[in-house]
Design a protein around this ligand. Structure first.
Ligand code: SF4
Length: 211
């Protein structure tokens, strides 16, 4: 399995979890490396609330299965809407998503500082549907905003974790959502910069999801 080298050789970290599928292989790999994550579920972006509760329940079950602490953070979707105000019409993987990551990772950094964990990471970068550079940018901003924290900018798509993720989802029958999370992603639109004349995503767009 992938050998990890966390910042400051941390043995305990705060792990922001966006959902159970993205948490599976990462949490397992951390434990295999002797690193104990506290699972921090902070996702006020998810809509509707019923979907939020479903994703949270799945993530909590998985954390319990591994014997990990699971922290259920606030769900204030109206506050999230206020944070992304003016960016509602943005396509996925653009400014709205960066702001969404900033909100969630700032909350995670604040939680890490409060718990004295110091190092924090996120499962957001595990998803091929998200731009890894946006996740890393948001993590580094949160690190700057919260004294005493370090963002662990690990690329969780490497080292066989993608394949292990799929295997665990299948084996454990974990609910795997078909949209990112907010109301604006429930009917995904192709990125206009990467769509053909009929509006279909091009192969380049699909390729970009592997970055
Ligand atoms: S599409 Fe996903 S990352 Fe982007 S704003 Fe919506 S929930 Fe957040």
């Amino acid at each position: 399995m992938l050998e990890l080298q966390p910042p400051h050789a941390a043995r305990r970290i705060a792990l922001h979890a966006c959902c159970a599928p993205c948490t599976t292989a990462i949490a397992e790999c951390l434990l295999h490396n002797g690193i104990r994550p506290t699972i921090f579920f902070f996702n006020p972006n998810i809509h509707p609330e019923q979907e939020y509760r479903l994703r949270k329940r799945e993530c909590k079950h998985y954390a319990e299965r591994l014997g990990l602490d699971f922290v259920d953070a606030d769900y204030d979707h109206q506050a999230w809407r206020a944070a992304i105000a003016g960016l509602e019409e943005q396509p996925e993987r653009r400014a709205r998503c960066l702001r969404c990551f900033e909100v969630r990772l700032l909350g995670t950094a604040q939680f890490a500082a409060k718990q004295g964990l110091g190092v924090f990471a996120t499962t957001l970068a595990a998803s091929r549907w998200k731009r890894i550079e946006q996740v890393q940018q948001a993590g580094l901003l949160a690190q700057q905003q919260v004294a005493g924290t370090t963002f662990w900018a690990q690329n969780w798509r490497k080292g066989g974790l993608q394949a292990r993720r799929e295997q665990l989802i299948e084996e454990l029958g974990i609910y795997n959502q078909n949209y990112c999370g907010c109301e604006f992603s429930q009917h995904p639109q192709p990125n206009p910069d990467k769509a053909d004349k009929q509006g279909r995503p091009t192969s380049e767009w699909h390729q970009s999801k592997t970055d």
